[in-house]
Design a protein around this ligand. Structure first.
Ligand code: 26V
Length: 753
């Protein structure tokens, strides 16, 4: 594709390129790419993959689309001649708010890889008008505001396609929107299909809060992702939303399969469905309903067909995230779907006499059970996670269906997570390895440069450049000044007790005392947190408050502030990640072993040369195997031991709390002067929770964590050794390219190519 931006500027705005604002240039580029993409043919194949997901955390699309089309340099150079900086133009794009965390970002990386591998596969989800929420800090606490990302023209294409979705007592009409998904260096494309509610009413949402009328079902189904489910109406709305999503998806799948020549009896030759966690599980009964009621198929034939075309990915072992819905709620949303689920439950009970694997238990529908019995594939997202599923969490299911289970370790797209976000490191790698790795992900050739001083120096320069861009970002976005020579230590992810941001906060209290006692670090340390907490998750909100309050406390202490800084990034999202991750020296992956299914930021940090400080959890285990013990820092109670402690109720938080070194740190939260700086109720609640309950065992691993962190900071000062560690991490990151992951899904599950 060649472009002439001067001409486009004249045609679109009637003025020369030089006179356009950055915002206008952004609009111009978006429309050029959008119009070009609209003309590209789809990846073709008899069978098509439908990746069903409640979330697609796609991030800004301009940069990666320009890279994928191979016109990034051309555009940058034409803009430069007219005095525009492409990096500033990119900042004008509003980030879509269609996801929440790792599961949604994984779906986005997968779309990129499917398109890059030329596999015919689309994402299917919902077009949430106000996204998850926009996070703002007021008074040291998170407030949730609507994230109205749809104001700009953006990437969505309205399609002439609508479906009727029949609920129990009324029906609604949907509208399909499409975002084209371009692969790297491809002339064909896939799509992200986002269904919206034709009668959706943005007016239900005030400017300053995410509260809205949860019962206005004909107008509210696509306002928010994961609306608050702490009350009955909220929970019912979630089920309505999920059914709206899967009914549209199922109708689309059938219509497109017929369009490709299926007579529906051979549907499984034309479509395969990957359900991303349990949220889209109702697609199973919905496909059966449509085949039986609208296409006169025999019930058993419909069940058998659907069972051979739906595959399930599990992303968590946390009980509270494994969805269960009262049958009564499903019955309100769609009596027919409730009926089909009951029929499937009966059929399953006739086959297996173990009530523990039943789909309906005490009037509650276990969505994961439905997906496992009536899907043909179940996969975990890292080796350890899949082992835990097979050996404990889903052991009974594994015994029933060993052939259904497999592991697909997660991955990340290198186009976004290095080529777009870290241009200096990208050209360093290009210089040493050529450009093949853009396509293969293979960076192992870098191992040959372990002892090459010029390469290590160039790596240090790339990191410094990324740090400079990160400092500019934090200064502009929230007025924070990060010292130039600081170690950058980062934990970015959703706030959750199992991820143990509170453990890093306790370390910071320890470090504060240590500096106060005169142990001055050789250079400043900046610890950066970012992430949102679910609005109804009080303790996670308390942990955010602790981090912010600690940041202020330290900043106000002149004895400590020159050496230690705590930054809490507001509204952490994909765009912020693209700034923070390239700049990190240390990647914090400190979840309680067994609880983090995989993690994907761990892979992004590694690819950008950060050294991982971690528990042996999720994909950290695979990172540790790849880089070897000299190039990673591991600590903490093992996954097997954690499982035993839970099984035998053998963890004693009070005993840990009463160790003198630990009590001092936890009790800091309830020091009168510290509580005076923050919110007493939040800090007291968090203190009491840690001292008495500590469900995710932060105090158990704390002492070892402190020791290892001190070793990490000390080792950082041996620059040559540290840079070699950084190099080995980059060199081994190829295993985590999502192109590899998607090739495995295709080979083992989808069979598209
Ligand atoms: C579940 C629920 C259930 C209650 C309502 C809100 C809600 C929101 C999200 C979820 C799904 C949680 C599962 C999840 O996000 N898992 C993450 O998936 C990543 C990609 O596989 C993985 O790297 C992370 O370790 C895992 O926590």
């Amino acid at each position: 594709m060649t472009i002439d931006l001067e001409k486009s500027a004249q045609d679109t705005f009637g003025k020369p390129l030089v006179q356009l604002t950055d915002g206008e240039v952004c609009q111009l580029l978006e429309s050029l790419v959008r119009d070009h993409a609209a003309q590209m043919p789809l990846n073709q194949g008899k069978k098509r993959l439908y990746y069903l997901s409640a979330e697609f955390l796609i991030g800004r699309l301009l940069t990666t689309n320009l890279i994928n089309l191979g016109i990034y340099d051309q555009v940058r150079d034409q803009l430069a001649i007219a005095g525009h900086d492409l990096a500033r133009v990119e900042e004008c794009e509003v980030e879509p708010s269609l996801g929440n965390g790792g599961l949604g970002r994984l779906a986005a990386c997968f779309l990129d890889s499917m398109a890059t591998l030329g596999l015919p596969g689309d994402g299917v989800g919902l077009n949430y008008h106000f996204g998850l929420f926009h996070q703002r800090f007021v008074d040291g606490q998170q407030t949730a505001l609507p994230d109205g990302w749809l104001d700009q023209e953006g990437w969505l294409r309205k399609e002439p396609l609508s479906f009727k979705v029949p609920f129990g007592s009324f029906s609604v009409t949907s509208r399909l929107y499409t975002i084209d998904v371009l692969g790297f260096d491809r002339t064909t494309k896939n799509r992200l299909r986002l269904f919206d509610l034709e009668g959706v009413d943005d007016g239900l949402v005030p400017n300053d809060s995410i509260d809205f009328d949860k019962e206005a079902l004909t107008k509210n189904l696509t306002l928010f992702l994961y609306p608050d489910d702490s009350d009955e109406e909220g929970r019912l709305l979630r089920v309505y939303q999920q059914y709206f999503m899967v009914s549209n998806a199922a109708q689309l799948i059938l219509a497109e399969a017929q369009g490709r020549g299926s007579d529906l009896h051979d549907l499984a030759d034309y479509a395969v469905v990957q359900i991303n966690d349990t949220h889209p599980t109702m697609v199973i009964p919905e496909l059966i309903r449509l085949l039986v009621d609208d296409h006169d198929m025999d019930f058993q034939e419909a069940v058998d067909i659907v069972r051979s075309m739906v595959a399930f990915t599990n992303h968590t072992i946390l009980a509270e995230a494994l969805e269960k819905w009262p049958l009564d709620s499903i019955n309100k949303v769609s009596p027919r779907i409730a009926q089909v689920i009951q029929d499937l439950d009966q059929q399953e009970r006739a086959e297996h006499d173990d009530p523990a694997v039943a789909i309906i238990q005490d009037g509650v529908v276990h969505m994961a059970h439905l997906a496992i019995h009536y899907g043909f594939s179940v996969n975990g997202v890292a080796e350890l996670h899949t082992q835990i599923l097979e050996k404990s969490e889903l052991k009974t299911f594994y015994q029933l269906y060993p052939q259904k289970f497999s592991n697909k370790t997660n991955g990340i797209t290198f186009r976004r997570w290095i080529m777009a976000c870290n241009p200096v490191l990208t050209s360093l790698l290009d210089g040493r390895l050529g450009a093949d790795w853009h396509r293969t992900g293979d960076l192992t050739g870098l191992m040959d440069y372990q002892d090459d001083e010029a390469t290590l120096l160039a790596l240090a320069e790339a990191k410094d450049d990324a740090k400079k861009r990160m400092r500019d970002f934090l200064r502009q976005s929230q007025g924070v000044i990060v010292p130039e020579n600081a170690i950058i230590d980062v934990q970015v992810k959703r706030f959750h007790e199992y991820k143990r941001q509170q453990m890093l906060a306790l370390y910071l209290i320890w470090k504060y005392w240590d500096i106060k006692n005169g142990n001055i670090p050789p250079r400043p340390i900046t610890v950066i947190f970012g992430g949102k907490a679910a609005p109804a998750y009080t303790i996670a909100q308390d942990i955010i408050h602790l981090v912010i309050t600690l940041g202020t406390w330290i900043a106000e202490d002149p004895d400590v502030s020159p050496y230690l800084q705590v930054v809490m990034v507001e509204n952490y999202n994909v765009s912020a990640a693209e700034r923070l991750i390239p700049a990190a020296d240390i990647s914090e992956q400190i979840s309680l072993a067994s609880k983090e299914a995989s993690g994907t930021s761990n892979m992004k940090f590694m690819l950008n040369g950060a050294v991982t400080l971690c528990t042996l959890d999720g994909a950290n285990v695979e990172i540790a195997d790849l880089v070897g013990p000299d190039n990673i820092y591991t600590f903490g109670t093992s996954s097997a031991e954690v499982e035993r402690l839970y099984r035998e109720s053998a963890y004693d938080p009070k005993a840990c709390y009463h160790k003198p070194g630990i009590k001092l740190l936890v009790d800091f939260l309830t020091r009168p002067d510290f509580m005076a700086l923050g919110k007493e109720d939040r800090l007291r609640r968090l203190h009491d929770d840690m001292a008495n309950k500590d469900w995710f065992m932060a105090l158990l691993d704390l002492e070892e964590y402190i020791q290892v962190k001190e070793r990490v900071y000390a080792d950082y000062e041996d620059r040559g050794t540290w840079l070699r560690k950084s190099l080995v991490n980059i060199a081994q990151a190829g295993a985590f390219s999502s192109d590899r992951t998607i090739a495995q899904y295709d080979q083992d599950i989808w069979h598209l190519s």
